[in-house]
Design a protein around this ligand. Sequence first.
Ligand code: FEO
Length: 396
Amino acid sequence: MYEAAEIGKGVFWVGAIDWDIREFHGYTTNRGTTYNAYLIKGEKTALVDTVKAAFFPEMISRIKSIQDPKKIDYLIMNHLEMDHSGAIPSFKELAPNAQIVATDYGSKGLLKHFPHDWPVQEVKTGHELSLGGKTLKFLEAYMLHWPDSMFTYLLEDSILFSNDGFGQHYASFQRFDDDDGHFEGIMEEAAKYFANILMPLAPLIPPLLKKVEKMRIPIEIIAPSHGIIWRSHTNHIINSYVEWSTGVAQDRVLIIYDTMWGSTETMAKAISEGLGKARVEHKLLRLRTNHYSDVVREILTSKIVVIGSPTINEGIFPSVAQLLSYLKGLHPLKKKGVAFGSYGWGGEAIEAINSEMRASGIEVVEPGLGVVYVPMNRDIEACLQLGERIASLLNN
Ligand code: FEO
């Protein structure tokens, strides 16, 4: 029933589309995802990655539309995580002679996922594997985002199989970035993917891209393991990765907050008015209506975060605390931060937000603004002025 899609001469997408997934280890996937596997046919045949276990029948059906799976000679395992390796045991039952190729970490980790006696051919950066008419070259991508991660490059067709790198959780019947009507959506999902998965590992990305540059391999197509394949915007996505991994952001402010009885929200709106008066691009994101995994995508491309919480139980409101805890792991680069919030008596949330922001690597640029109970006229004025001061930071 399922068909393979040819993405280059003798190179086929044989993955699976997961229209239904809405959560991926704590990150919302509102547009679903795909698990991309690729079949490369030279004199010998290689399968690059498999799919999540439950999608094995779909992958095999696509493979069977062009090739007997038993006759696959190699399985290139670019990454061990279960969304790409889950179908390996079923695949090996069907194609027991397919030689698994992986990094040293991939080989060791495979045993810890699936106890087995499959021989694994270990490869390192620069190693090549000839399929006869098609040559694969490997590039270890240590910690991007697991120790075992690897890119595979197809020399004759200039295709980089980048696994999670450059991926997006985006389910579609379309395969390419230049197919109609979805470029904005895939860039949004690529940024969300980067923010949630790769942001803490950002310092490793420029050296890896340099390595690729030094290998002098032209890249016509980037075929990731999730979402859409890049062929018309390869430079655009590579440049976006360079920017995201070095903390380049827009002159944009995010006001991220939650509220109990509306006072912190009133403050957020007054700060917004101050920013608006200074004509600064900004957004208000209330945390009970915006998932933290979407909020971090917005943080990736903004220079300043203004974080507001009422004080509750001598601390931060739970939804705000959750975001701050997540941010400590992500460690966003080159961000400035300001805290605010209303309180009844203690007001501990302001200092707690400051402390959490510092722990995330965010530069705290104001002591923070607290308001007792409900903002009165002079409090509103203070929030407006805070908005204007934050606006002036963008010029400094
Ligand atoms: Fe790291 Fe798509 O798995």
